[in-house]
Ligand binder design. Structure first.
Ligand code: ATP
Length: 202
């Protein structure tokens, strides 16, 4: 399972539809300061479900939408699509029926984000879990932003452990455990309520 193409439209400085082909081997992106190299990496994180505006260097998530320039008006929506080759059928269960996966995230002003996998509407969580189970994702240590290496060197052991856990592909399990704990707590509260009712009836 590997990434083959990133398609952007209206995302940050990429106002016109733009495609980045990710071929086998090393892909390098070169260009002068401010031309949008980091925006490409952010688009990759964003389509994989990143929900922290700060990780996108913005104050709110709508800041990823093209904000306008001297000669062009602002856009109302941004869209990023990530194409994944799955001919070896290594995608996690539930997403493994087709040779190619196309994950699309679209954000519209005042509406928010919507996700699709192979044209089917899915939830943000589905996309986040897809990538977490495939040992990658918006928080993946494989995506290294500026300043991150020195942060890692100075990080507390607990934070450094998180990087190893992400690489080992177990971060999806943490999310599932957290959701199971919330369900358990809700079930316990319901049980306590049933006990109260039974006591009143006795
Ligand atoms: P450097 O080499 O300095 O790190 P870079 O090539 O990584 O630069 P980016 O930081 O990716 O460049 O791109 C910055 C550019 O993106 C700036 O020109 C900024 O104005 C533009 N930009 C960021 N957000 C938006 C937005 N919402 N709308 C329009 N342009 C944007």
């Amino acid at each position: 399972m590997f990434f083959t193409k990133l398609r952007l439209s209206g995302f940050k400085s990429f106002v016109d539809p733009t495609e980045l082909l990710i071929k086998e081997g090393l892909t390098g992106v070169v260009g002068p300061n401010g031309c949008g190299k980091s925006n490409l990496l952010e688009a990759l994180r964003w389509v994989m479900g990143e929900n922290r505006p700060t990780a996108m260097r913005g104050g709110g998530m709508e800041d990823v939408i093209f904000a306008g320039a001297a000669t062009r008006p602002a856009r109302n929506h941004a869209e990023v699509a990530l194409l994944i080759d799955n001919h070896e059928r290594l995608a996690p269960a539930g997403f493994n029926e087709e040779d190619q996966l196309e994950i699309v995230r679209r954000i519209t002003r005042d509406v928010g984000s919507a996700y699709k996998v192979n044209t089917k509407d899915v939830r943000a969580r589905d996309v986040q879990m897809l990538f977490a189970d495939a040992s990658t994702g918006a928080q993946s240590p494989a995506l290294v932003r500026q300043g991150q290496i020195s942060e890692l060197i100075n990080a507390k052991p607990k934070n450094r452990r998180r990087v190893l856990e992400e690489a080992a592909g177990i971060s999806g399990l943490y999310q599932r455990r957290h959701e199971a704990e919330l369900k358990l707590k809700a079930a316990e509260q319901n049980l306590a309520r049933v006990d109260d009712v039974v006591e009143q009836l006795a």
